[in-house]
Ligand binder design. Sequence first.
Ligand code: PEP
Ligand code: MG
Length: 571
Amino acid sequence: MTDSAPANVIAGIAAAPGIGVGTAFVLRGGGSDRTAEETSAEISLEEAVERAAAHYTDLADRASARDRTDEAEVLGTYAMLVADPELVRAITAAAADQPLPAAVRSAGNEQADMLASLGDEYLAQRAEDVRAVVADLATVTAGGELATPEVPPGSVVVATDLSPADTAQIELDRVRALVVEGGGVTSHTAIVARSLGIPAVVGAEGAVAAIQQLASQDEVVTVIADGGSGQVTVAPSAGQLLEAEQEQARLRTRAEAAAELAGQPVHYDGHRVLVAANIGNSEELANATAARADGIGLYRSEFLFLDAPQAPRVSQQAEAYRAAAVAFTDPVIVRTLDIGGDKFVPWMRLPDEENPYLGVRGLRLCLAHPELFSPQIDALLVAAADGPLQIMLPMVTAVDDVRRAREVIDLRAAELGADVPPVGIMIETPAAALMAPHLARVVDFFSIGTNDLTQYTAAADRGAAALSAYHDPAAPPVLALCDLTIRAARDAGIPAGVCGGAAADPIPAALLVGMGAHELSVPPIQVDAIRMLVDGLDPEILDPLVTEALAAPSAAAVRSLVAHALGDLVA
Ligand code: PEP
Ligand code: MG
């Protein structure tokens, strides 16, 4: 990294790895409407709603046909949102004193602003959906078309935002990279790009204007989008192009070497290290099996609840868990509901909390809501009969809470006449790490959640961009708690894995393997790369490095000493 980036480099957020070089294709530059050539021929609201809904349904069908189930789901939601009677009523009222397209925008955006103002991440996402739908509806009422323009092969698509309706229409196999001004790493663009292996940068503010300025001088604008560093280079120099091409070649060689290891067991210091996948839905399960992961290290079951209008039935849950359990011979670890913190379930109507991350979250919430917890345990026990399913409890801070949860599991198993599968816990609070020797006596395995462990150790909100420098799992205090946890597990004879982001971040991941972690669980797309990392680690180099890292004064010092010692392996 250089201290001062060249003037043609925009710093965005790395959203999907890889480097894309191509001709900039600006989608909808300068406005939210879909076509540049709106006519003034307004059509009625009723007809516009019908056309927009039919358009979304058609796109949803196309997305399903391509197995892009997440996208299909969002597009199905769009079809419902656009016909929402409340929205239609508000637009009709607003249209009394202004033209219909303006009424659509004012009434629709008012509804979106209201949702966004509630300060909840889930509703903020819904607000973005409403905005996308409203922009489309305004276009149709003004006589415009909804079709996204055809993207030429070899393009880097640049946009202020990209909705699922856009990504469903763009021929993504023609696209070298996606650059979006808005959004975060969990935005729709980022998720689609990661699952398709397209490099992507989000939060690239100013990219559209920078490109349009050059394009207005009749220049064909080349763009380099680095989805690993988050940098977007507009109209690169010959030197910058050459550097990008060299980096692309390096990444290609690495990916080819990693692909050769796909599905092969990897070892460190004589013991096998599982490289498992983190998933939250059926699409990610398909990605995990395609990546030939060593089982599932973290199934975030709460996503079955967050996206539903009510609690899914026991049979629906059991079906989802069973689909994962039967797909692997290595353990499939399903985490019980981790609601609270930043994960909000609208239909539960839980009371507001002053500090949700320090509130009734994870296991605490499960214990306080047996009407949710017991049916989930039933579903897990049913699914565990068909595969290597294990149960994991989130956000543990006290031994007693774990004992109480185990009592519920034993009770439900007795009631159903089911066997009790292995039960483990996440170590994601300093309290749990410090109590690991006691906790190890009451559970069958640990899995370290470094996302929360780092947040609670550094007292730095994991979602706050301004605090990201504090939120580094390579920080010595976080490493010390991981080391303590892994030692306690070893002493008790139980396995300890890692399923937080550090497992997919080569520098802390290498150190965790050196400490003795049994499993690294990572997003499916990173399984190959992490397998190759583990395969390349040498105890003679790594053992002293762990000791040095634990004694280092900062995360930056840890990163620099590991990068220096392990070189290309962690680059
Ligand atoms: C973690 O906290 O590291 C973790 C894996 O759980 P989540 O990111 O779902 O909170
Ligand atoms: Mg967590």
